[in-house]
Design a protein around this ligand. Structure first.
Ligand code: FMN
Length: 319
């Protein structure tokens, strides 16, 4: 697994980090990408939605499959099936605060149930092998129940290969600021790598976070959703060539290229209404801060076909 300061990761992003988006990010310099969170139950029952989340291809590597659930039996069965399918690296979601997930005992609910958390990690490591399983955590359920150092120590002892920490509590959702200090403390404590997640909106945030926390690597989430080029910028920054500014004209050209490429990657997969509708919600994010974005967003939402969308993008951004 590529874990280093110069190897930026793409976060698991439910609803977004699908195959075309991962491939796009990789083309811009993302080193390791995570799938959207995959339900172990959905996997075992072979629900069509789950199968779709596991679509991948050769260039989509290294890939980490993120799993969520609360029943060790399903985890074991899901892991066995994934290993049979050829997947090798896995991540346990112990941070999702969404009600639908938490009420089943999964996601961030595991922060309140360390016994179950440890059991699942132990099983995952036993099946996938040491260093092949990561655990993605928030800093605790709420202010009063932040994870103690012994929880992190136990995860390391059980053979977790890395920890990803989004240092907000589950209760916080996305409110407040990510407390990067927690990342520093956990990385200082552990011998295994800690990957930093939380409020890395720009390449500069990524570098700053590494400097402040001494984390082993960074993971871009919302920053990548708004601009997949964040990976290229981050690499430029880390390799010392600095961030070259973008004129508005260059930006239009760059956006046109990026959107066309994303559309092409979608069309190489399933040319479905689902994928088209999703694209209409993604492109407006790419336009943040772009002159004329408001009108263009409205026109994008009104598009009814890939062709219509492509003609619009090329006429508005290509001139
Ligand atoms: C739309 C969206 C979907 C997300 N889906 C997942 C997920 O499936 N699994 C997970 O562990 N975290 C998920 N997260 C959390 C991110 O992986 C990341 O930890 C968080 O957004 C903090 O990083 P950021 O501030 O750079 O976005 C999601 C976040 C967003 C915004």
């Amino acid at each position: 697994m590529k874990i280093s300061r110069n190897e930026p990761w793409l976060a698991p992003l439910a609803g977004f980090s699908d195959l075309p988006f991962r491939l796009l990010c990789r083309e811009y310099g993302c080193s390791v990408a995570c799938t959207e969170m995959v339900s172990v139950k959905g996997l075992v029952f072979e629900s069509p939605g789950t199968t779709r989340l596991l679509l991948t291809r050769q260039e989509d590597s290294p890939l980490v499959v993120q799993l969520f659930g609360a029943d060790p039996l399903y985890f074991r069965e899901a892991l066995n099936r994934l290993l049979e399918l050829g997947f090798t690296s896995f991540d346990l979601n112990a941070g999702c605060p969404v009600k639908k997930v938490v009420k089943t005992g999964a996601g961030a609910a595991l922060l309140n149930n360390p016994g179950l958390l440890f059991e699942i990690v132990r099983d995952m490591v036993a099946l996938a092998g040491p260093k092949m399983v990561g655990v993605k955590l928030r800093s605790g359920w709420d202010e009063g129940s932040r994870l103690e150092p012994d929880v992190f120590a136990e995860l390391e002892r059980l053979g977790a290969g890395w920890i990803t920490l989004h240092p907000r509590t589950a209760r916080q959702g996305f409110r407040g600021k990510a407390d990067w200090d927690r990342i520093r403390m956990v990385q200082e404590q552990l011998g295994i790598p800690v990957i930093a997640s939380g409020d890395l909106f720009t390449a500069e945030d990524g570098r700053e976070c590494l400097q402040q926390t001494r984390a082993a690597g960074v993971m871009f989430g919302r920053g990548a959703l708004y601009d997949p080029l964040i990976f290229a910028r981050f690499r430029e920054l880390m390799f010392g060539s600095g961030n070259k500014g973008d004129s508005e004209k260059n930006r239009a050209k760059r956006l046109q290229g990026m959107i066309n490429r994303h559309v092409q990657l979608c069309l190489e997969g399933h040319d479905s209404w689902r994928s088209f509708s999703k694209m209409r919600t993604i492109i407006p994010r790419y336009l943040r801060g772009f002159q004329g974005a408001r009108d263009l967003r409205k026109s994008i939402v009104a598009c009814r076909s890939w062709e219509e969308l492509q003609v619009l993008i090329n006429s508005e951004l290509g001139s």
